[in-house]
Design a binder for this molecule. Structure first.
Ligand SMILES: C[S@@+](CC[C@H](N)C(=O)[O-])C[C@H]1O[C@@H](n2cnc3c(N)ncnc32)[C@H](O)[C@@H]1O
Length: 499
């Protein structure tokens, strides 16, 4: 599943529309405390890109709906402490951190039943939560523990591995290829109760009575995670989930064991959303599944005795997940990318609007957008200029992020808006530092604006960064020849003077 599927502005928009309605329902509860924030816990946050999109949208909705008085706090959490270090210095998150909207936590989604906040030093437990909790699990449940099950003629079999597997770990600190390990996987018949958690035994008992000759995955880790969240939030909980998985009924399951997916050095499994729904029903909660079957699925699980009063939330979930949902968006995105040769600038502009101005859509279709003024299309520069700031506003910095701001600069340069291009190249510099790609293009823009001196300085700087940048050296040679009032400084950089 592409990382993009769970970290784009569209899915963040969908979740924000649900969360804002959940705020509305929560503040009308007699038990609501305006002394405490409503906590939003994102588990397995990864880069923080989803958090950025969600917080931005939530603040906009809060203002639009006159709900700015509702106190909330977003907890970005992960099991990897290096991720917290990254968020702390990430430039797009900084304003929200400084405004107090964000705290961080190391949180193991499978094991922890309290949250230790890093910035405020608060510890959140079942004793401290007074308002309902919102939890987000995007692309994380598939990384937790799952068991393989097979039910045949009332008999339950569970996939086992050799618990005392001996692995030659004398590998000089090198990574180990997990495909080379034979875990001695086999099925064993088990009797109930088999699991420590009675709710998992209950799920299996229900399945034993209702299905036959079915292989399926039992999401042990995700269920443990939900148990912990319910404990902390004293059952007042909304969980929003997006993951690769199955949401169809057991009768339609494959009658063969499910594959383990190994990518690079990680293992992941498809999440059994039906089992999560079964769990939710056993806990007297309600489940809302997006309409995917085996795909990127979204689910909302709503728990607690206040559910009947959560009309706003339910309406929002239905409208966000039933129609064009985040899973459908990913499918369409993959399709449109495969058939790019049939696209045109108008279609790309529509795609940008429909995806809430996704930077991926912009970057992947840059060449098509460059045809805007050359194409016979009713779309105009005005349409483009309305969209570009929104795309730029969705840029989230990671060291490996495609440089959307640079690409916007290129597009504007191509459209001969040289000052506009320079502004975006400057914004690219503010994230990525001064690199030859921005400097050389800024020099061309300045040259076209008649600002010869700025152009010369920038080409000179380009050459000092890369002495083999032939275009910069060619341009400097050209300037030396045709703009005689200037001489290149005497340095080691070579300037080629055209003959
Ligand atoms: C595939 S990434 C998803 C990142 C992000 N949520 C997204 O949608 O792009 C999975 C994330 O879950 C984290 N993770 C793995 N096991 C975890 C656990 N037991 N508890 C909390 N986070 C975990 C990983 O460190 C990683 O950041």
């Amino acid at each position: 599943m592409p990382f993009y599927a769970t970290s784009n502005p569209y899915i963040a928009d969908s979740y924000a529309q649900i969360i804002i309605r959940f705020f509305q329902d929560t503040i009308s509860l007699p038990t609501y405390s305006d002394q405490e924030p409503i906590y939003i816990l994102e588990m397995g946050t990864g880069t923080g890109m989803f958090s950025y999109h969600l917080i931005k949208k939530l603040l906009t909705l809060q203002q639009d709906l006159n709900l700015s008085h509702v106190k909330w706090q977003y907890i970005m959490s992960d099991i990897v402490s290096g991720n917290l270090d990254f968020w702390e210095t990430q430039p797009n998150l900084r304003p929200y951190i400084e405004a107090g909207y964000i705290d961080f936590a190391i949180y193991d989604a499978e094991k922890n039943n309290k949250i230790q906040l890093k910035r405020s030093q608060l510890i959140l437990t079942d004793k401290t939560f007074s308002n309902p909790l919102i939890a987000i699990a995007n692309y994380v449940f598939d990384s937790l523990r799952h068991d393989f099950c097979y039910i045949k003629a009332g008999e339950i079999q569970i996939g086992m591995v050799n618990p005392i597997l001996e692995i030659d770990n004398n590998i000089n600190n090198q990574g180990m290829d997990i495909r080379a390990i034979d875990p001695e996987f086999h099925y064993s018949t088990v009797a109930l109760p088999f699991y420590k958690q009675s709710v998992i035994n209950n799920i299996l008992a229900e399945l034993r009575a209702n299905v036959n000759n079915n292989h399926f995955i039992l999401p042990i880790g995700p269920i443990n995670c939900l148990e912990n969240l319910l404990h902390m939030a004293k059952d007042q909980l909304l969980v929003l989930i997006a993951d690769k998985g199955y949401s169809y009924s057991y009768e339609n399951y494959k009658h063969a064991p499910t594959d383990i997916v190994i990518h690079h050095d990680a293992i992941s499994l498809a999440v059994n959303f039906q089992a999560l729904a079964q769990y939710t029903t056993l806990k007297k909660g309600s489940t809302y599944l997006s309409n995917g079957t085996f795909d990127i699925n979204c689910a909302a699980l709503l728990f607690g005795n206040n559910q009947p009063k959560f009309n706003e939330t339910r309406t929002a979930i239905n409208s966000q997940f039933e129609r064009f949902n985040p899973g459908g968006l990913t499918r369409l995105h993959v399709f449109l990318n495969a058939y790019k040769q049939f696209s045109n600038p108008g279609l790309v502009l529509a795609q940008l609007n429909n995806t809430c101005w996704d930077t991926n859509v912009f970057n992947e279709n840059l060449m098509i957008l460059m045809q805007l003024t050359k194409h016979n299309t009713p779309y105009t520069l005005e349409d483009l200029y309305a969209i570009l700031p929104k795309v730029a506003n969705n840029f989230y910095y990671t060291p490996w992020a495609p440089d959307t701001l640079f690409n916007i600069g290129l597009l504007l340069q191509n459209l001969e808006d040289y000052q506009g291009a320079i502004d975006y190249y400057q914004r690219s510099i503010s994230y990525f530092g001064r690199l030859t790609r921005q400097l050389h293009n800024m020099a061309i823009c300045h040259y076209n604006l008649g600002q010869i001196e700025q152009a010369r300085q920038l080409w000179y700087e380009t050459l000092t960064l890369d002495s083999e940048h032939h275009e910069a050296s060619g341009w400097l040679g050209y300037l030396t020849r045709y703009h005689n009032n200037w001489r290149a400084p005497k340095t080691e950089v070579s300037i080629s003077i055209e003959k």
